[in-house]
Design a protein around this ligand. Structure first.
Ligand code: UDX
Ligand code: UDX
Length: 457
C-alpha cells in the first residue's frame, strides 16, 4: 500500500515533532497535524513554536507549507488520509474508577469518534500515545461498531523519544517498534508503516510484535528507566551519612557492562510527563489483573521518587536553621530536565510548593521554562518572583536550590554571586552539577546529593 497522506490527531510534543521529522524524511507524503486547541496550531504556524527542541526549527523551516501542515481540527482533512496517527494526551485519571492511577482515555475515544464518519475504508490507524494495554483493541472496537463494511487496521507504534533530544531520537532511533493485529490486514498495515521508517532507519532496527506487546513495551521501558533512577536515589541518603560518594558509585557500577552507565545519575528525583503517569498506569493494570505484588513493586518506584523530592526539600529547610519563613531562596531551574521548556511533573514544582507552604520568598530562574513555571504556580499565595537573570535571582538570597542542570549554570561566576548573597550562603545542588569543592572554597555551605556536605572548617 502506498501512503500519500498522513493525518495526526494531536499537535503536542510527540505528534508535532514526530510528524515534522516524517515530513522531512518523506517529501512525497503530505502530513497534516490537527489539534482541537487553536492556540497550539497558531503557535506551530508562527516563529514561536510551542515546543523547544534543538533542530526542530530548521526542520519546520524546510517542511512547513511544503508537505507539513498544522491545522485546526476539521473533518475535511480525513477522507483522503491513508494513515491516521493518534497522538493525543493520556493523562492520569483524576476522577472515578482508577483516579490517580489509571490513564484517562477520553481523548483517544473522542479522536476515534471524530474521524470515524470520514475515514476511507482501509485507512490505517496508528496509536502513538502511551496507553494502557489493549487500548488499540478498544479503539478498533469503536471504529468498527457500525459494522458498515469498512475495516481499519489498528497498529501500536509507541514513541520512545526523550525531550531535549527528540529530533536526534527520531532521526536515529535505537529501535522502531510496530505492533500489529495477527492477521493479513494487520501485517500489511505494519509493512506500510515500516516502509515509511525504512527511508531513514536501518532495517534491523525496525521490529514487529503483536499489538499488546508493543503497548506494554512502552510502559515497561519507562518503568525500567525510572526504576534505575529510583535505585540510585535509594543509595543517596546512605552515602550522605557514611562519607561515600554516589557519583563514584554510579561510575563504578556503570562500568559493569551488564549494568551500563546510563540513567544512573542521582538527583532530586525524576519528572516529566511520562514516568510517573506510565508507572502508575502499569501498577493499576497489574492491580486490575489481580497481581497486587507486581502492582506494589512498580508503585514503589514512584514512592521512592516522592520520598527523594521530600527528603531534598526537608534538608533545605532543616539546614536553614529549621525555618525558611521570610527568607529569600533562589531556585535554579524549573524545567523537568535541561534542554526543554516542559515543566510537567517537574520536581521543581513540588519543591517550590513545599517551600512556599513554609512561607519562603522564592526567586525562580530558568533559561526556557519561566512562562510555564508562572502558569504552574499561578494563584498560589506566597512570595514568588520569576527572574530570567540568575545573578539577580541569587542577590540577597540565603540559599541557591539547584533543581535543573542547565549548562548555563556551570558558566556562572559563583564568586560574584556569593558576594551578593546573605550569609551564611548555602548551595543545595539537587543534581550534583557544580563542583562542590569550588563552591566550598568560595565560602558556600555546600549540600550535594549523595555526598557529605561541605561546610566551613
Ligand atoms: C502525549 C501523551 O502525554 C503521551 O503519553 C503520549 O505518549 C503522546 O501524547 P504529548 O504530545 O507530550 O504526549 O502531549 P501534549 O503536548 O499534551 O499534546 C497532546 C495534544 O493533543 C494537545 O495539543 C491537545 O490539544 C491535543 N488533543 C487532545 C486533540 O487534538 N484532540 C483531543 O481530543 C485531545
Ligand atoms: C522519557 C523516556 O526517556 C522516553 O524514552 C519516553 O519516550 C518518554 O519518557 P523524558 O521524560 O523526555 O523521556 O526524559 P528523560 O531523559 O527520560 O528524563 C526523565 C527524568 O529523569 C528527568 O527529570 C531527568 O532529570 C531524570 N533523570 C534522568 C535522572 O534523575 N537521572 C538520570 O540518570 C536520568
Amino acid at each position: 500500500m502506498k501512503i500519500r497522506k498522513i493525518v495526526c490527531i494531536g499537535a503536542g510534543y510527540v505528534g508535532g515533532t514526530t510528524m515534522a521529522v516524517i515530513a522531512d524524511k518523506c517529501p512525497d507524503i503530505k502530513m497534516v497535524v490537527l489539534d482541537i486547541n487553536p492556540r497550539r496550531i497558531a503557535e506551530w504556524n508562527s516563529d514561536a513554536l510551542p515546543v523547544f527542541e534543538p533542530g526542530l526549527k530548521e526542520i519546520i523551516a524546510r517542511c512547513r507549507g511544503r508537505n507539513l501542515f498544522y491545522e485546526d481540527a476539521h473533518p475535511e482533512a480525513i477522507p483522503d488520509a491513508d494513515m491516521v496517527f493518534f497522538s493525543v494526551n493520556t493523562p492520569t485519571k483524576e476522577f472515578g474508577e482508577g483516579a490517580g492511577m489509571a490513564s484517562d482515555l477520553q481523548y483517544n475515544e473522542q479522536s476515534a469518534r471524530f474521524i470515524l464518519p470520514h475515514l476511507k475504508d482501509g485507512a490505517i490507524i496508528v496509536e502513538k500515545s502511551t496507553v494502557p494495554v489493549q487500548t488499540a483493541e478498544a479503539i478498533s472496537r469503536i471504529l468498527h461498531h457500525n459494522n458498515d463494511g469498512r475495516h481499519f487496521p489498528v497498529l501500536s507504534n509507541p514513541e520512545f523519544l526523550a525531550e531535549g533530544t527528540a529530533i536526534q531520537d527520531l532521526e536515529d532511533p535505537d529501535r522502531v517498534l510496530i505492533g500489529c493485529e495477527e492477521n493479513e490486514a494487520g501485517r500489511a498495515a505494519a509493512r506500510a508503516l515500516a516502509e515509511i521508517y525504512r527511508r531513514w532507519v536501518p532495517e534491523e532496527r525496525i521490529i514487529f510484535s503483536n499489538v499488546w506487546s508493543a503497548e506494554l513495551s512502552k510502559l515497561t521501558a519507562n518503568a525500567f528507566l525510572a526504576q534505575r533512577i529510583s535505585s540510585i536515589n535509594a543509595m543517596t541518603a546512605l552515602c550522605e551519612v557514611t562519607n561515600a560518594s554516589v557519583t563514584e558509585i554510579s561510575q563504578a557500577i556503570g562500568m559493569d557492562s551488564r549494568i551500563g552507565s546510563k540513567f544512573l545519575e542521582a538527583g532530586v528525583g525524576f519528572g516529566g510527563s511520562c514516568f510517573r503517569k506510565d508507572i502508575l498506569n502499569l501498577s493499576y493494570i497489574c492491580q486490575q489483573q489481580g497481581l497486587p505484588e507486581e502492582a506494589a513493586y512498580w508503585k514503589s518506584v514512584v514512592g521512592m521518587n516522592d520520598y527523594q523530592i521530600n527528603r531534598f526539600t526537608r534538608n533545605v529547610i532543616d539546614r536553614q536553621f529549621n525555618t525558611v519563613t521570610g527568607k529569600k531562596l533562589a531556585v535554579f531551574g524549573f524545567a523537568f530536565k535541561p534542554g526543554t521548556n516542559d515543566t510537567r511533573d517537574s520536581p521543581a514544582r513540588y519543591v517550590c510548593l513545599k517551600l512556599l507552604e513554609e512561607r519562603a520568598h522564592l526567586a525562580i530562574t530558568d533559561p526556557e521554562a519561566l512562562e510555564n513555571a508562572q502558569r504552574d504556580l499561578q494563584g498560589l499565595t506566597g512570595k514568588v518572583e520569576f527572574e530570567p537573570d540568575p545573578y539577580k535571582a541569587a542577590a540577597g538570597a540565603h540559599a541557591i536550590v539547584l533543581i535543573t542542570h542547565w549548562d548555563a549554570y556551570r558558566k556562572l561566576d559563583y564568586r560574584r554571586i556569593f558576594a551578593t548573597m546573605e550569609k551564611p550562603a548555602s548551595f543545595f545542588d539537587g543534581r550534583n552539577w557544580i563542583d562542590p569543592h569550588t563552591l566550598h572554597e568560595i565560602g558556600f555551605h555546600v549540600y550535594p546529593i549523595g555526598k557529605s556536605p561541605l561546610l566551613p572548617d
